[in-house]
Design a protein around this ligand. Structure first.
Ligand SMILES: Nc1ncnc2c1ncn2[C@@H]1O[C@H](COP(=O)(O)OP(=O)(O)OP(=O)(O)O)[C@@H](O)[C@H]1O
Ligand SMILES: [Mg+2]
Length: 501
């Protein structure tokens, strides 16, 4: 159904129920919706995530949508909630009640029936027979029982990342309300959330980033800059008073910024191609003139990751594809050989511990290296200095203001680019966090995150076979008068002398 049809249907029903027709915008208050709220409002996907930084107008939007759906479909019933009931009462409920008051003021009449807000039953009854139920999402047994017996036409979950996925699944199954005239309302499951790792990111954000959203799912991102109704100094003060990783996540709305990241400079819009603003494709190696290099992290029980990359003459690295599977060495060797033209590779850098002769074949000690070799894959032992590796990958990710971008040709560029084909590498990088974080926090989620570093290790091995870009630069572009520039001058005048003689 199109929005125009909804509006049409809305006005037909409004006449029937003696409610003056209202414009779609009225539900967002006197100032009307923001541009991003309009996109969220008009999206007809069943499941909608309004995500982003603080103050983007997300809570306000799900409240406005709740009232709007109550108006479009008389006798509709919705559930507006947050994981914890008391938190809902202190935050989202206030937003809902003030949104209702604003609509009443604009329409010049009550839209809630007299004494229609029952705080004990946690419900608000509208004059057209619709109702909003509200509360917590299953922390208390009463909450849980209530959800189990719901029949609703929509739900809205504020701060949805706090809610466990299994409760959300239960809510989805409650979208089956039948209206008294035998028809069905259009069903919606709406979520508002700041960028947090977890089910919302997997369900909405990653598929969106990969350009392949799930059916009937939409992710709308709203940032502070998208909300003109905030105080003028709000943005600057948040930027001034908070650490960089907080700003990246809660102001810039990055779903990849996690506290304690090993590579905080990683940014999808900068390092990954194609991305939202560029169709540029990092070509598979068959189609380029560059010599590929590989990185391999072998897993016994964990996945094995092979990354294929190549460098250009300006010291940029392009990671063009990955192999990432669990299994036996033989399976990996076939899989990797099928996916990559290994004979073209200059080197394949692998975990040096694979050289240990921990296996036995016909009574002779045998290493995993030798097993790969049997299948025609020659590996080189990588430099496994972890600190140096983390640092070097970080250097390649860093945007150097003097480096020319190999794709745009503009000044200011990182030196590492990753194809959006490498979905596992791209999933692991933002979740690759310092061990210190998991030591302080026994949260199993943090521990698990540290385990998923197979693609990051393969990347580290590959990049450690290349020189540090900044070391090269120090010698090449040493400032006038510096020790390095004098050394360079001395070396070049010496050479001249030698030629003359
Ligand atoms: N359409 C609108 N008209 C007027 N004010 C609005 C509108 N949308 C949002 N606001 C105001 O902007 C402020 C931030 O909105 P809201 O609380 O919905 O943001 P949020 O994205 O939920 O923020 P947080 O991430 O902190 O939960 C609030 O004061 C809200 O009343
Ligand atoms: Mg909010």
């Amino acid at each position: 159904m199109l929005v125009s049809e909804i509006v049409e249907e809305s006005s037909i029903r409004d006449v029937e129920t003696k409610i003056p027709p209202v414009s779609l915008d009225a539900f967002y208050g006197a100032k009307g919706p923001t541009d991003k709220q309009i996109i969220f409002r008009d999206a007809l996907e069943k499941y909608k995530l309004f995500g982003g930084g603080v103050g983007g107008g997300k809570s306000r939007a799900i409240c406005a949508e709740g009232i709007r759906l109550s108006f479009i479909y008389p006798f509709n019933r919705g559930f507006l909630c947050r994981s914890e009931g008391e938190a809902f009462r202190r935050t989202t409920l206030n937003t809902l009640l003030s949104a209702i008051s604003e609509v009443e003021e604009m329409m010049g009449q009550r839209i809630v029936v007299r004494n229609g807000h029952n705080q004990t039953k946690k419900e608000i009854r509208f004059i057209n027979g619709s109702m909003i139920l509200y509360g917590g999402l299953g922390v208390t047994p009463e909450d849980q029982d209530r959800i189990k017996s719901l029949e609703i036409g929509w739900f809205g979950v504020d701060e949805a990342s706090e809610a466990p996925y299994k409760v959300i699944n239960m809510l989805k199954a409650r979208l089956r309300l039948k209206l008294p005239d035998g028809s069905y309302p259009r069903y919606f499951g709406m979520y508002a959330s700041n960028p947090e790792p977890g089910w919302l990111k997997n369900e909405f954000v990653i598929p969106h980033q990969l350009g392949n959203p799930k059916d009937d799912h939409i992710f709308v991102q709203a940032l502070i800059k998208d909300n003109p109704w905030l105080p003028p100094d709000y943005l600057d003060e948040l930027k001034r008073d908070n650490p960089a990783s907080w700003v990246k996540r809660y102001v810039e709305g990055s779903w990849d910024a996690v506290e304690g990241q090993v590579w905080p400079d990683f940014d999808r819009s900068v390092h990954v191609f194609p991305n939202e603003t560029s169709d540029y494709e990092i070509l598979p190696v068959q189609e380029t003139k560059f010599t590929p290099i590989g990185g391999l992290d072998h897993g016994q029980t964990n996945p094995t990751c092979f990354l294929g990359g190549y460098t250009d003459a300006d010291g940029n690295i392009f990671i063009f594809d990955e192999y990432y599977f669990k299994g036996l060495v033989s399976t990996h060797c076939h899989g990797i050989s099928e996916r990559f033209e290994l004979e073209k590779f200059e080197t394949i850098e692998a975990d040096p511990s694979m050289m240990a002769k921990t296996r036995e074949k016909n009574g002779i000690p045998w290493s995993i290296y030798e097993e790969y070799e049997e299948y025609g894959i020659d590996l080189s032992p990588a430099n496994n200095n972890r600190e140096a590796g983390w640092n070097r990958v970080g250097e390649y990710l860093r945007v150097d203001p003097n480096h020319i971008h190999p794709i745009t040709g503009k000044e200011g560029s990182p030196r590492l680019f990753i194809s959006s084909r490498c979905i596992n590498l791209l999933r692991e990088i933002p979740e690759y966090i310092w061990k210190r974080v998991s030591d302080e926090n026994t949260n199993p989620k943090e521990e698990a995150r540290k385990l998923n570093d197979h693609a990051c290790d393969a990347l580290r091995y590959l990049i450690m076979s290349l020189p540090s870009p900044y070391e090269l630069e120090k010698v090449d572009q040493a400032p006038e008068g510096s020790f390095n520039s004098m050394l360079k001058q001395f070396q070049s005048s010496n050479k001249k002398g030698m030629v003359v003689n």
